[in-house]
Unconditional design. Structure first.
Length: 348
Protein backbone atom coordinates (compact mmCIF):
# COMPACT_ATOMS: atom_id res chain seq x y z
CA UNK A 1 0.00 0.00 0.00
CA UNK A 2 1.43 3.36 -1.03
CA UNK A 3 0.89 6.75 0.60
CA UNK A 4 -0.77 9.64 -1.26
CA UNK A 5 0.38 13.11 -0.30
CA UNK A 6 0.93 15.88 -2.88
CA UNK A 7 4.00 14.72 -4.83
CA UNK A 8 6.35 16.98 -6.72
CA UNK A 9 4.81 15.88 -10.04
CA UNK A 10 1.49 17.46 -8.97
CA UNK A 11 2.95 20.86 -8.18
CA UNK A 12 2.20 23.82 -10.44
CA UNK A 13 2.80 25.83 -12.58
CA UNK A 14 4.08 23.43 -15.25
CA UNK A 15 0.94 21.28 -15.32
CA UNK A 16 -1.83 21.86 -17.86
CA UNK A 17 -5.55 21.00 -17.67
CA UNK A 18 -6.72 17.73 -19.21
CA UNK A 19 -9.52 18.21 -21.75
CA UNK A 20 -12.86 16.77 -20.60
CA UNK A 21 -16.40 16.78 -21.93
CA UNK A 22 -18.12 20.17 -21.40
CA UNK A 23 -21.23 18.33 -20.14
CA UNK A 24 -19.92 16.52 -17.07
CA UNK A 25 -21.38 13.10 -16.16
CA UNK A 26 -20.70 11.57 -12.75
CA UNK A 27 -17.00 10.73 -12.65
CA UNK A 28 -17.33 8.80 -9.40
CA UNK A 29 -19.34 8.43 -6.22
CA UNK A 30 -17.36 8.98 -3.01
CA UNK A 31 -18.27 6.43 -0.35
CA UNK A 32 -17.10 6.20 3.22
CA UNK A 33 -16.92 2.46 3.90
CA UNK A 34 -16.74 0.46 7.11
CA UNK A 35 -13.97 -1.72 5.66
CA UNK A 36 -12.28 -1.86 2.28
CA UNK A 37 -12.54 -5.64 2.39
CA UNK A 38 -16.34 -5.37 2.34
CA UNK A 39 -16.20 -2.86 -0.51
CA UNK A 40 -13.86 -5.09 -2.52
CA UNK A 41 -16.10 -8.10 -1.94
CA UNK A 42 -19.02 -6.23 -3.51
CA UNK A 43 -17.84 -3.72 -6.12
CA UNK A 44 -15.01 -5.93 -7.43
CA UNK A 45 -16.17 -9.49 -6.74
CA UNK A 46 -19.95 -9.11 -7.24
CA UNK A 47 -20.33 -6.14 -9.62
CA UNK A 48 -17.10 -6.92 -11.47
CA UNK A 49 -15.50 -3.47 -11.49
CA UNK A 50 -11.72 -3.20 -11.62
CA UNK A 51 -10.04 -2.18 -8.36
CA UNK A 52 -7.09 0.21 -8.32
CA UNK A 53 -4.11 -0.51 -6.05
CA UNK A 54 -4.87 0.50 -2.47
CA UNK A 55 -3.28 3.72 -1.25
CA UNK A 56 -3.16 5.55 2.06
CA UNK A 57 -4.59 9.03 1.38
CA UNK A 58 -3.25 11.66 3.77
CA UNK A 59 -1.59 15.04 4.02
CA UNK A 60 -2.56 18.67 4.46
CA UNK A 61 -4.48 18.86 1.17
CA UNK A 62 -6.48 15.74 2.08
CA UNK A 63 -7.32 17.16 5.53
CA UNK A 64 -8.41 20.53 4.11
CA UNK A 65 -10.38 19.00 1.25
CA UNK A 66 -12.47 16.82 3.55
CA UNK A 67 -12.48 19.18 6.56
CA UNK A 68 -10.69 16.66 8.78
CA UNK A 69 -8.34 17.19 11.75
CA UNK A 70 -4.54 17.00 11.39
CA UNK A 71 -3.20 13.47 11.15
CA UNK A 72 -6.30 12.09 9.42
CA UNK A 73 -5.99 9.51 6.66
CA UNK A 74 -7.99 6.95 4.70
CA UNK A 75 -7.34 3.71 2.88
CA UNK A 76 -8.56 4.29 -0.67
CA UNK A 77 -9.51 2.18 -3.69
CA UNK A 78 -11.10 3.34 -6.95
CA UNK A 79 -13.50 0.93 -8.67
CA UNK A 80 -13.98 1.43 -12.41
CA UNK A 81 -14.86 -0.03 -15.81
CA UNK A 82 -12.40 1.90 -17.94
CA UNK A 83 -13.12 0.30 -21.30
CA UNK A 84 -13.29 2.46 -24.40
CA UNK A 85 -15.96 5.14 -24.08
CA UNK A 86 -16.60 4.18 -20.43
CA UNK A 87 -13.25 5.49 -19.22
CA UNK A 88 -13.56 7.88 -16.30
CA UNK A 89 -17.34 7.59 -15.91
CA UNK A 90 -19.55 5.95 -13.29
CA UNK A 91 -16.78 4.91 -10.90
CA UNK A 92 -16.81 4.39 -7.13
CA UNK A 93 -14.13 5.76 -4.78
CA UNK A 94 -14.19 3.82 -1.50
CA UNK A 95 -12.56 5.46 1.52
CA UNK A 96 -12.00 3.69 4.82
CA UNK A 97 -11.23 6.63 7.09
CA UNK A 98 -8.88 6.15 10.02
CA UNK A 99 -11.15 7.74 12.63
CA UNK A 100 -12.63 6.53 15.90
CA UNK A 101 -15.97 8.31 15.71
CA UNK A 102 -17.50 7.19 12.40
CA UNK A 103 -21.27 7.24 12.13
CA UNK A 104 -23.21 5.22 9.54
CA UNK A 105 -25.55 7.30 7.37
CA UNK A 106 -28.21 4.71 6.41
CA UNK A 107 -29.70 2.68 9.22
CA UNK A 108 -31.47 -0.64 8.79
CA UNK A 109 -34.83 -0.11 7.12
CA UNK A 110 -33.98 3.30 5.62
CA UNK A 111 -35.35 3.87 2.16
CA UNK A 112 -35.30 7.27 0.44
CA UNK A 113 -33.78 10.03 2.57
CA UNK A 114 -32.66 13.58 1.85
CA UNK A 115 -29.28 13.55 0.18
CA UNK A 116 -27.39 10.98 -1.88
CA UNK A 117 -28.94 7.59 -1.32
CA UNK A 118 -28.41 5.01 -4.08
CA UNK A 119 -26.30 3.67 -6.93
CA UNK A 120 -27.90 2.20 -10.07
CA UNK A 121 -26.44 -0.50 -12.31
CA UNK A 122 -27.93 -1.76 -15.57
CA UNK A 123 -28.26 -5.53 -16.07
CA UNK A 124 -29.59 -7.63 -18.96
CA UNK A 125 -31.73 -10.09 -16.95
CA UNK A 126 -32.86 -8.51 -13.71
CA UNK A 127 -34.79 -11.53 -12.45
CA UNK A 128 -31.88 -13.91 -12.88
CA UNK A 129 -29.49 -11.38 -11.30
CA UNK A 130 -31.86 -10.91 -8.36
CA UNK A 131 -31.92 -14.66 -7.70
CA UNK A 132 -28.13 -14.83 -7.83
CA UNK A 133 -27.75 -11.99 -5.33
CA UNK A 134 -30.45 -13.35 -3.04
CA UNK A 135 -28.49 -16.60 -2.94
CA UNK A 136 -25.51 -14.58 -1.72
CA UNK A 137 -27.62 -13.22 1.16
CA UNK A 138 -28.45 -9.71 -0.04
CA UNK A 139 -31.69 -8.26 1.35
CA UNK A 140 -34.06 -7.09 -1.41
CA UNK A 141 -36.81 -4.53 -0.85
CA UNK A 142 -39.26 -6.26 -3.22
CA UNK A 143 -39.41 -8.44 -6.29
CA UNK A 144 -38.37 -6.86 -9.64
CA UNK A 145 -41.12 -4.49 -10.80
CA UNK A 146 -41.84 -3.26 -14.31
CA UNK A 147 -43.57 0.10 -14.63
CA UNK A 148 -44.19 2.82 -17.19
CA UNK A 149 -42.57 6.16 -16.37
CA UNK A 150 -44.60 7.73 -19.18
CA UNK A 151 -45.53 6.87 -22.75
CA UNK A 152 -42.66 9.01 -24.01
CA UNK A 153 -40.05 7.85 -21.47
CA UNK A 154 -40.88 4.14 -21.56
CA UNK A 155 -40.85 1.29 -19.06
CA UNK A 156 -37.88 -0.13 -17.11
CA UNK A 157 -37.85 -3.09 -14.71
CA UNK A 158 -36.25 -2.24 -11.36
CA UNK A 159 -35.45 -3.66 -7.95
CA UNK A 160 -33.49 -2.39 -4.94
CA UNK A 161 -31.52 -4.12 -2.22
CA UNK A 162 -29.28 -3.23 0.69
CA UNK A 163 -25.66 -3.12 -0.43
CA UNK A 164 -22.56 -2.83 1.76
CA UNK A 165 -23.05 -0.60 4.82
CA UNK A 166 -26.76 -0.29 4.01
CA UNK A 167 -26.35 1.76 0.83
CA UNK A 168 -29.29 1.19 -1.51
CA UNK A 169 -28.31 -0.54 -4.75
CA UNK A 170 -30.78 -0.22 -7.63
CA UNK A 171 -30.72 -2.74 -10.50
CA UNK A 172 -32.37 -1.68 -13.75
CA UNK A 173 -33.27 -3.67 -16.85
CA UNK A 174 -33.96 -1.40 -19.80
CA UNK A 175 -36.84 -2.47 -22.04
CA UNK A 176 -38.69 -1.22 -25.09
CA UNK A 177 -37.94 -0.08 -28.61
CA UNK A 178 -36.60 3.08 -30.25
CA UNK A 179 -39.90 4.94 -29.83
CA UNK A 180 -39.14 5.62 -26.13
CA UNK A 181 -36.29 7.33 -24.28
CA UNK A 182 -35.52 4.16 -22.32
CA UNK A 183 -35.65 1.98 -25.41
CA UNK A 184 -33.17 4.19 -27.25
CA UNK A 185 -30.93 4.18 -24.18
CA UNK A 186 -31.07 0.37 -24.14
CA UNK A 187 -29.56 0.22 -27.62
CA UNK A 188 -26.74 2.63 -26.71
CA UNK A 189 -25.93 0.83 -23.45
CA UNK A 190 -25.70 -2.53 -25.21
CA UNK A 191 -22.87 -1.18 -27.35
CA UNK A 192 -20.86 0.02 -24.32
CA UNK A 193 -20.44 -3.40 -22.72
CA UNK A 194 -20.64 -4.74 -19.18
CA UNK A 195 -18.30 -6.23 -16.63
CA UNK A 196 -17.57 -9.96 -16.60
CA UNK A 197 -20.23 -10.23 -13.89
CA UNK A 198 -22.87 -8.61 -16.13
CA UNK A 199 -23.14 -5.09 -14.66
CA UNK A 200 -22.47 -1.65 -16.08
CA UNK A 201 -20.57 1.06 -14.21
CA UNK A 202 -22.79 3.37 -12.14
CA UNK A 203 -25.50 4.21 -14.66
CA UNK A 204 -27.51 6.60 -12.51
CA UNK A 205 -27.44 7.74 -8.91
CA UNK A 206 -30.32 9.23 -6.95
CA UNK A 207 -30.28 12.53 -5.10
CA UNK A 208 -33.28 13.35 -2.91
CA UNK A 209 -33.81 17.11 -2.75
CA UNK A 210 -35.97 19.80 -1.15
CA UNK A 211 -35.69 22.54 -3.80
CA UNK A 212 -35.98 21.32 -7.38
CA UNK A 213 -34.95 24.55 -9.10
CA UNK A 214 -31.84 25.07 -6.98
CA UNK A 215 -30.75 21.44 -7.22
CA UNK A 216 -31.18 21.37 -10.99
CA UNK A 217 -29.27 24.65 -11.35
CA UNK A 218 -26.09 22.99 -10.10
CA UNK A 219 -26.21 20.13 -12.59
CA UNK A 220 -27.44 22.26 -15.49
CA UNK A 221 -25.67 25.60 -15.03
CA UNK A 222 -22.42 24.48 -13.40
CA UNK A 223 -21.90 21.08 -15.03
CA UNK A 224 -23.77 21.57 -18.31
CA UNK A 225 -25.93 18.47 -17.85
CA UNK A 226 -29.23 18.18 -19.73
CA UNK A 227 -32.66 16.97 -18.63
CA UNK A 228 -33.58 13.69 -20.36
CA UNK A 229 -36.64 12.66 -18.32
CA UNK A 230 -38.90 14.83 -16.14
CA UNK A 231 -42.03 13.11 -14.84
CA UNK A 232 -44.06 12.57 -11.68
CA UNK A 233 -43.88 9.03 -10.30
CA UNK A 234 -47.08 8.13 -8.49
CA UNK A 235 -48.10 4.66 -9.65
CA UNK A 236 -48.63 1.94 -7.02
CA UNK A 237 -45.97 -0.27 -8.63
CA UNK A 238 -43.37 2.49 -8.35
CA UNK A 239 -44.17 3.26 -4.74
CA UNK A 240 -44.09 -0.47 -3.97
CA UNK A 241 -40.56 -1.21 -5.14
CA UNK A 242 -39.24 2.09 -3.75
CA UNK A 243 -40.98 1.47 -0.41
CA UNK A 244 -42.67 4.86 -0.51
CA UNK A 245 -46.02 5.69 1.13
CA UNK A 246 -49.18 4.69 -0.70
CA UNK A 247 -50.25 7.63 -2.86
CA UNK A 248 -46.77 9.21 -2.78
CA UNK A 249 -46.04 11.60 -5.64
CA UNK A 250 -42.38 12.18 -6.53
CA UNK A 251 -41.01 14.42 -9.24
CA UNK A 252 -38.23 12.45 -10.94
CA UNK A 253 -35.85 14.47 -13.10
CA UNK A 254 -33.03 12.61 -14.83
CA UNK A 255 -30.08 14.69 -16.00
CA UNK A 256 -27.23 13.45 -18.17
CA UNK A 257 -23.78 14.66 -19.09
CA UNK A 258 -22.03 13.63 -22.26
CA UNK A 259 -22.46 9.90 -21.60
CA UNK A 260 -25.09 7.18 -21.19
CA UNK A 261 -23.66 6.39 -17.73
CA UNK A 262 -23.10 8.71 -14.78
CA UNK A 263 -26.59 10.22 -14.87
CA UNK A 264 -28.26 11.88 -11.87
CA UNK A 265 -31.86 11.20 -10.82
CA UNK A 266 -33.27 14.11 -8.83
CA UNK A 267 -35.99 12.83 -6.50
CA UNK A 268 -38.31 15.56 -5.17
CA UNK A 269 -41.06 14.42 -2.75
CA UNK A 270 -44.24 16.36 -3.56
CA UNK A 271 -46.72 15.18 -0.92
CA UNK A 272 -44.64 13.38 1.70
CA UNK A 273 -41.45 13.99 3.68
CA UNK A 274 -38.21 12.05 4.06
CA UNK A 275 -35.58 12.07 6.79
CA UNK A 276 -32.77 14.62 6.42
CA UNK A 277 -29.44 12.75 6.38
CA UNK A 278 -27.36 15.70 5.18
CA UNK A 279 -25.75 16.43 8.58
CA UNK A 280 -24.43 12.85 8.71
CA UNK A 281 -23.17 12.77 5.11
CA UNK A 282 -19.70 14.19 5.77
CA UNK A 283 -16.25 12.60 6.18
CA UNK A 284 -15.22 10.47 8.02
CA UNK A 285 -18.67 8.86 8.26
CA UNK A 286 -19.83 5.67 6.54
CA UNK A 287 -22.13 5.95 3.54
CA UNK A 288 -22.57 7.99 0.36
CA UNK A 289 -20.59 11.18 1.04
CA UNK A 290 -20.31 13.06 -2.26
CA UNK A 291 -20.69 13.04 -6.02
CA UNK A 292 -17.61 13.92 -8.07
CA UNK A 293 -17.40 15.55 -11.50
CA UNK A 294 -14.53 16.38 -13.85
CA UNK A 295 -14.90 19.93 -15.15
CA UNK A 296 -13.06 21.75 -17.97
CA UNK A 297 -12.21 24.71 -15.72
CA UNK A 298 -12.43 24.71 -11.93
CA UNK A 299 -12.23 28.51 -11.85
CA UNK A 300 -15.25 28.80 -14.15
CA UNK A 301 -17.16 26.19 -12.15
CA UNK A 302 -16.40 28.02 -8.90
CA UNK A 303 -17.79 31.28 -10.30
CA UNK A 304 -20.96 29.54 -11.45
CA UNK A 305 -21.34 27.89 -8.04
CA UNK A 306 -21.23 31.30 -6.39
CA UNK A 307 -23.86 32.59 -8.81
CA UNK A 308 -26.36 29.85 -7.92
CA UNK A 309 -25.65 29.85 -4.18
CA UNK A 310 -23.70 26.58 -3.93
CA UNK A 311 -21.79 27.25 -0.71
CA UNK A 312 -18.17 26.06 -0.43
CA UNK A 313 -17.39 23.09 1.82
CA UNK A 314 -13.67 23.26 1.05
CA UNK A 315 -11.68 25.68 -1.15
CA UNK A 316 -9.96 25.00 -4.48
CA UNK A 317 -6.59 23.32 -3.96
CA UNK A 318 -4.05 21.06 -5.62
CA UNK A 319 -4.62 17.45 -4.62
CA UNK A 320 -3.78 14.00 -5.96
CA UNK A 321 -6.97 11.91 -6.01
CA UNK A 322 -6.48 8.11 -5.86
CA UNK A 323 -7.36 6.54 -9.19
CA UNK A 324 -7.44 9.95 -10.90
CA UNK A 325 -4.06 11.61 -10.40
CA UNK A 326 -3.07 15.25 -10.10
CA UNK A 327 -6.00 17.67 -9.89
CA UNK A 328 -7.27 21.00 -8.70
CA UNK A 329 -10.42 20.28 -6.73
CA UNK A 330 -13.01 21.79 -4.45
CA UNK A 331 -16.22 20.69 -2.71
CA UNK A 332 -19.47 22.65 -2.53
CA UNK A 333 -22.94 21.99 -1.16
CA UNK A 334 -25.72 21.52 -3.68
CA UNK A 335 -28.14 24.41 -2.96
CA UNK A 336 -31.17 22.18 -3.48
CA UNK A 337 -30.32 19.76 -0.68
CA UNK A 338 -27.01 20.52 0.99
CA UNK A 339 -25.37 17.35 -0.38
CA UNK A 340 -21.65 17.46 -1.10
CA UNK A 341 -20.50 17.92 -4.71
CA UNK A 342 -16.81 17.52 -5.58
CA UNK A 343 -15.50 19.12 -8.77
CA UNK A 344 -12.00 18.57 -10.09
CA UNK A 345 -9.89 19.77 -12.98
CA UNK A 346 -7.45 17.03 -13.93
CA UNK A 347 -3.96 18.23 -14.82
CA UNK A 348 -0.80 16.67 -16.20
Amino acid sequence: MTSTKLPERCRRPRLKPVMVHPRSPLAFAILGVSTLDRALAFYRDVIGLDASPEVRWRGAAFETHFDLPPGSSARAVMFSFDRGACKGVGRVLALEFDAKDRKTIPKKGDRTYRGLWNLNFYVDDIRATTKQLQAKGYDFWSEPVGYEVSAKAGAPVEVLFDGPDGLAINLVELTGGPDTTIGRLREKVAALGKTAKGFTPVSTTSHSIVDHGKALAFYRDVLGMEVVIDDVLDKPATNHFLNRPAGARTRATFVAGGHEFGKIALSHPLNYSVENKIPLAVPPNIGYLAQSFAVPSLDTAAVKCAEIGADPFSPPLDIEIPGVGCTRAMIVRNPGSGALMQMFEAVR
